[in-house]
Design a protein around this ligand. Sequence first.
Ligand SMILES: Nc1ncnc2c1ncn2[C@@H]1O[C@H](COP(=O)(O)OP(=O)(O)OP(=O)(O)O)[C@@H](O)[C@H]1O
Ligand SMILES: [Mg+2]
Length: 260
Amino acid sequence: MSGVLLEAGGLVKTWQARGRQVAALKDVSLAVAPGETLGLVGRSGCGKSTLARVLTRLTPPQAGSIRFRGKDWLSLAGAGLRAERRHMQMVFQDPLAAFNPRSTVAGALADPLRLHRLVPRERRAARIGELLERVGLPAGYAARSILNLSGGQRQRVAIARALACEPSLVVLDEAVSALDVAVRSMILDLLVDLQRERGLAYIFVSHDLAAVKAVSHRIAVMEAGEIVETGPAETVVRNPQSQAAKDLVAAVPRLVREGP
Ligand SMILES: Nc1ncnc2c1ncn2[C@@H]1O[C@H](COP(=O)(O)OP(=O)(O)OP(=O)(O)O)[C@@H](O)[C@H]1O
Ligand SMILES: [Mg+2]
């Protein structure tokens, strides 16, 4: 883990909602190294999803800079942006919202392969089968409708679709929060395996400190639009400094805090 994959500085995002202003990001800076997982935690409404959306360019910030893979990420446009986008993928809490519900699994996975010209047409079906197997689904699921999957299966397809792009960074926003405990731990294990295999970096956003600690190298704690603490995952959980981190740690079971 050397160098910097993503570096954001001074991000500001204020939402305007019905005449009210919400300072969701006040002055946020962070860095992620290649192959690293940065966990992002904080109470509901502290700005985690806003930060995830700004980093992935789903929402423009009012101020700040982002360098990704050595490029000025916020100034990319047109073909340059399309080419670079595949390197940063996002997985949301509710994968159904991110899919065309009329699509089949194969259709959902074929889109990025075609769009980014990653695999020649005649290799596409085989690649889709490989991607499904990699996330623990039978290749035969390719023919299924997205609607005929369980939440956990759909989230696996969402991860397979992100992987189809061969990204360097995947931003996961509460990606396992809605899943039952067994499926959640399978998916967390899968993420860790994929990281070892491919040197993927993650930004793992969750209000669940236990899940964050299980996968993160470092943890950043957010409170009211600011990052109030960043450190190695063990250190933040065992010896939290900020009140926000102390509150989060106090809310998880002792076994998780103290580890094996
Ligand atoms: N599209 C939007 N329009 C207006 N306000 C928004 C919008 N999205 C978020 N906000 C506001 O910005 C603040 C931060 O919200 P955000 O969704 O980033 O928090 P969060 O940390 O992801 O919370 P949660 O843990 O509940 O998902 C909140 O006050 C929220 O109401
Ligand atoms: Mg959120």
